[in-house]
Design a protein around this ligand. Structure first.
Ligand SMILES: [Zn+2]
Length: 276
């Protein structure tokens, strides 16, 4: 039974400064991209997609969710990168009845990368929750909100391995996870031509759904949640592949990419050389 019409709201946490081990030879001081969480809600209930990373972000997000006066039934985590689930314990403390889920493969990645948490704590000293809670592995590809289907789309390797997006057909919504970004330089440094081909196929899969609303996991604050971000992410991957081949140095690649995308959030453009 579909009695209600679903709505969607997006919370954007701003860029956060990062403590590095050494100064970078060029570019702005390193920071981490602005990140989004998406609330999908009906008359009574709500689903939250991704939970941000720091305590401050997660608490602000929990306050914002509470303002919607809905029962938070499910928290869905799109992929196994810490910036999308480290805040989960804060959300679950505020909404203990919510069920937090992710795909079995993303759960595996979270487990496998738990040894990286001390590194992240070094990058954001005193800012991440003391206790990191993982969502449970959810085996089905569909869950529901007031009778509406929310469909998990397995995307394979994009900016992480075994990533997903979420599709809500009844409102033509796609929550991309990190399969597309919106006016932020993308985490392309650990990609290969093959993985970028898979990434582009993942973007085509989303475009084929013809979404009206498309929410990126990382977006410039204020950027509209339109499917244009899917097309721009495709272009970015193609530009990076081309310029990486022709660039004579890291500096040259960095300058060429930031020149092509002058208005995009660039503090995280260092990720074109991998996470360091
Ligand atoms: Zn991310």
């Amino acid at each position: 039974m579909m009695s209600s019409v679903l709505s969607v709201n997006v919370f954007t946490a701003p860029e956060k400064e990062m403590v590095g081990d050494r100064a970078r030879p060029f570019g702005p001081p390193p920071a981490f991209d602005p990140s989004t969480s998406t609330l999908i809600f009906g008359d009574e209930d709500a689903v939250l997609v991704d939970t941000l990373a720091t305590v401050a972000e997660a608490e602000a997000l929990a306050d914002w969710v509470a303002l919607h006066h809905r029962n938070l039934t499910t928290i869905y985590i799109t992929h196994g990168h810490f910036d999308h689930y480290a805040g989960l314990s804060v959300l679950l403390q505020r909404f203990p009845d919510a069920r937090a889920i992710t795909t079995p493969k993303s759960w595996e990645l979270m487990r496998a990368q738990s040894h990286l948490m001390p590194l992240f704590r070094k990058r954001w000293p005193g800012q991440l929750p003391a206790r990191i809670v993982l969502p449970e592995a959810y085996d089905d590809e569909v869950f529901t909100l007031e009778g509406h289907e929310l469909r998990i789309i397995e995307q394979g390797r994009t900016d992480a391995v075994d990533t997903t997006s979420l599709h809500v057909p009844s409102i033509d919504l796609v929550v991309g996870g990190d399969v597309f970004y919106n006016q932020c330089h993308m985490y392309v440094g650990d990609t290969t031509p093959e993985s970028r081909a898979n990434w582009i196929a993942a973007l085509d899969r989303l475009a084929a759904l013809k979404p009206k609303i498309a929410v990126a996991g990382h977006k410039k604050p204020g950027a509209p949640d339109t499917p244009q971000a899917i097309e721009e992410s495709k272009r970015y991957l193609a530009d990076f592949g081309r310029l990486q081949e022709s660039a004579s140095s890291d500096r040259g690649l960095y300058d060429a990419m930031t020149e092509l995308y002058p208005d995009w959030v660039s503090h995280q453009a260092w990720l074109m050389f991998g996470f360091q």
